[in-house]
Design a protein around this ligand. Structure first.
Ligand code: FAD
Length: 292
C-alpha cells in the first residue's frame, strides 16, 4: 500500500529503524522488528547510509522482510548524494522486485573522504527522477526549524515547495522538542500551497549521550523545560529515561490534539521505548480514525 493513502482513513502511526552496524549481523535487527511489528504500526521505515555503499543491501533486505514476511508496510530510505542515476535506476528495479512501494527520497549529507556525485544536486532532483522512472509512492524530509544549511526558514520552505511539486506524496519532519515550531511551519507551508500529508517525527530522548549527539547533528532548539529535565536527571539513567519518555508522550498528545496527520517515531531500534510510547498514545491515535 502507498503510505499517502493511509492518511485518507486515519491518523498514521509509524516507526523508523536503522540497519545494524556493518560489523553486526543483520539478524540482530529482526528481534527488534518482530516486537515493533506486534504493535501494528501503519508502516516501518528503514534508513540508508549516505555513503551509499555501506548498507544499501541491508536497507533493501530489511525493508523487504518487513513487507514480505511481516506483512507490514515498509518504506526504504534512499540518499542520492553519492549515487549516479544508473545506480539509482538499478535500486528502483530492486525495490520493485521486492514488492516495495514506498521510498523516502533524500539528498543525504556529505561523507568525509567521498566526493559527492553530480547527478543529483538536491533531493528534488531525486524525487523527479523516481517519479519519471517508477510508480513508487515518494516520501521526503522537511524541517520545521529550517534545514541547518538553509539561510532561513522561508528560503527552506521555498525549496520544499519545489521538492513537493516534483512529486512528493507524503512528508516526514525532522525531530523537534518544541511543538510551536511545528505549528508555525505548518501554517507557513499551507500558505505556500503545500497540501500533502505531513507526519511529525518524534524522538524520545532516553539518555544524555543520545541527547547530545542528536542535538549537535540536527541543530534543533531545546526548550528550557527540556534542558531543566536533562540536567535534573542527568545522573540517574532510569529517571532520565522515564522523564524523556514522558516528555515525548506529552509532545505527542499536544500534537494529536492539534490535528496532526501522523506520528513517526524515531525508535533508535529500541522496541521497549516504542512499546512504552505506543501504550501511552494508542487510544488517542485511534481516536483519529474518524477521518473518511
Ligand atoms: P534537500 O531537500 O535537498 O535539502 C538540503 C538543503 O538544500 C536544504 O538546506 C535546502 O533548503 C537546500 N535546497 C533544496 N533544494 C534547493 C535548490 N533547488 N536550490 C538551492 N538549495 C536547495 N540521512 C541519511 O543519511 N540517511 C537517512 O536514511 C536519512 N533519513 C532521514 C529521514 C528524515 C525524516 C529526515 C528529516 C532526515 C533524514 N536524513 C537521513 C538526513 C538528511 O539526509 C539530511 O538532513 C540532509 O542534509 C538533507 O537531505 P534532504 O533530502 O532534506 O535534502
Amino acid at each position: 500500500m502507498k503510505t499517502a493513502d493511509l492518511f485518507k482513513e486515519k491518523t498514521v502511526f509509524s516507526f523508523e529503524i536503522f540497519p545494524p552496524r556493518k560489523d553486526t549481523p543483520i539478524e540482530s535487527i529482526y528481534t527488534t522488528l518482530e516486537a515493533l511489528r506486534d504493535m501494528t504500526p501503519d508502516f516501518i521505515s528503514v534508513t540508508y547510509s549516505a555513503s551509499g555503499r555501506a548498507n544499501k543491501d541491508a536497507t533493501l533486505a530489511i525493508a523487504s522482510r518487513i513487507k514480505n514476511e511481516y506483512h507490514t508496510e515498509s518504506v526504504a530510505h534512499l540518499t542520492c548524494i553519492n549515487h549516479t542515476k544508473d545506480e539509482v535506476r538499478d535500486l528502483l528495479g530492486e525495490l520493485k522486485e521486492n514488492n516495495i512501494e514506498n521510498i523516502l527520497a533524500l539528498l543525504g549529507d556529505p561523507v568525509p573522504g567521498i566526493t559527492p556525485r553530480e547527478d543529483f544536486k538536491h533531493a528534488s532532483d531525486l524525487v523527479s527522477f523516481i517519479k519519471q522512472s517508477s510508480d513508487l509512492n515518494v516520501l521526503a524530509a522537511c524541517y520545521p526549524e529550517g534545514h541547518p544549511a538553509a539561510p532561513d526558514l522561508e528560503t527552506d520552505i521555498r525549496h520544499l515547495k519545489t521538492k513537493v511539486d516534483a512529486g512528493v506524496d507524503h512528508l516526514i519532519t525532522q525531530l523537534f522538542f518544541d511543538n510551536s515550531y511545528f505549528y508555525n511551519f505548518r501554517d507557513k507551508i499551507t500558505a505556500t500551497g503545500i497540501h500533502v500529508p505531513v507526519e511529525v517525527g518524534i524522538m524520545p530522548v532516553i539518555n544524555k549521550a543520545q541527547a547530545e549527539r542528536v542535538i549537535s547533528m540536527c541543530g534543533v532548539q531545546l526548550p528550557k523545560k527540556f534542558r531543566v529535565m536533562m540536567d535534573r536527571f542527568a545522573d540517574n539513567p532510569e529517571a532520565l529515561r522515564d522523564a524523556g519518555l514522558a516528555y515525548a508522550v506529552e509532545q505527542i498528545i499536544d500534537l494529536l490534539a492539534n490535528g496532526v496527520d501522523g506520528i513517526h517515531l524515531y525508535t533508535m531500534n529500541n522496541s521497549l521505548v516504542a512499546h512504552r510510547i505506543d501504550e501511552a498514545v494508542r487510544t488517542l491515535i485511534k481516536s483519529g480514525s474518524w477521518k473518511s
